[in-house]
Design a binder for this molecule. Structure first.
Ligand SMILES: *Cc1c(COP(=O)(O)O)cnc(C)c1O
Length: 248
């Protein structure tokens, strides 16, 4: 196998301006943190790399984006080996079907999309079987939109507490996808709600909940609002990679 797969050729595969757009997003994150009176290092940038081929993702990782989010296990498995030499940290941020748990665990350091106890138990059992730990977040559907996965806000703290007790799982926080709305107040209220739920989980003092400080929320269009409401991780795709091709 050739050791050095001509970086210049790979660079040509990246959409023009990718590194420039990555830097622009890093600057947006920095400024939003500053506006919120928060230290810039309190907010991590995750690249949502769904549908982007491995050589394109590679360019972004080499430019410093070391935290990646994938929506589909299929893509995790396909790109994992191609990026392994760069050792990015990859989280699963899309819905996880129970029959794909084993494959997901081969590449994901964290599953952010845990929204049922059944899924958490499957992850826990599989982690025990392969003798590893796994970070998890509970996905909450703060907007109540039917198209979105996630536990209802009213059930979120109970689910988080139950997940936190499972062997080999480490609850690191909560995740949400913001409301699909042009109204800032609506989007922002959803992010604020996730923050309140996270505070409740932390304040419960229940076993395993003490590490649940993350708020994974905010995307290309609403990351400023999310950071204003306490996001510790924003997940950005199109602002860095450009618009995704329409699904076929
Ligand atoms: C696609 C996606 C993102 C990024 O969305 P953009 O609008 O492209 O920034 C973030 N989180 C999840 C779960 C996604 O599916």
């Amino acid at each position: 196998m050739p050791q050095d797969p001509t970086p210049a050729a790979q660079h040509d595969l990246a959409p023009a301006g990718l590194v420039h757009r990555l830097e622009a997003v890093q600057e947006r994150v920095r400024q939003a943190a500053e506006h919120a009176g928060r230290p810039a290092e309190d907010v991590r940038l995750m690249l949502a790399s769904k549908t982007q081929p491995a050589p394109v993702v590679r360019v972004a990782v080499e430019a410093g984006a070391r935290l990646l989010g994938e929506n589909k296990v299929q893509e995790l498995v396909a790109k994992g080996p191609d990026l392994a030499d760069l050792s990015p940290t990859v989280h699963l941020i899309g819905h996880l079907q129970s029959n794909k748990v084993n494959a997901a665990l081969r590449w994901a350091a964290c599953v952010q999309s845990v929204d049922t106890l059944d899924l958490a138990e499957r992850l826990s059992r599989r982690c025990e079987a392969v003798d590893r730990d796994l970070e998890v977040m509970v996905q909450v559907n703060v907007s109540g939109e039917e198209s979105k996965y996630g536990v209802a806000p009213a059930q979120a703290t109970a689910l988080a507490a139950a997940v936190a007790t499972l062997p080999r799982l480490r609850l690191t926080g909560l995740m949400t996808i913001g409301a699909n709305s042009d109204e800032e107040t609506v989007v922002r209220a959803g992010f604020a709600e996730l923050g309140r739920l996270r505070d409740e989980v932390l304040a419960s003092g229940l076993p395993g909940t003490g590490s649940a400080h993350e708020l994974s929320m905010g995307m290309s269009g609403d990351l400023e609002l999310a950071i204003a409401e306490g996001a510790t991780m924003v997940r950005v795709g199109s602002a860095v990679f450009g618009a995704r091709p329409a699904p076929v």
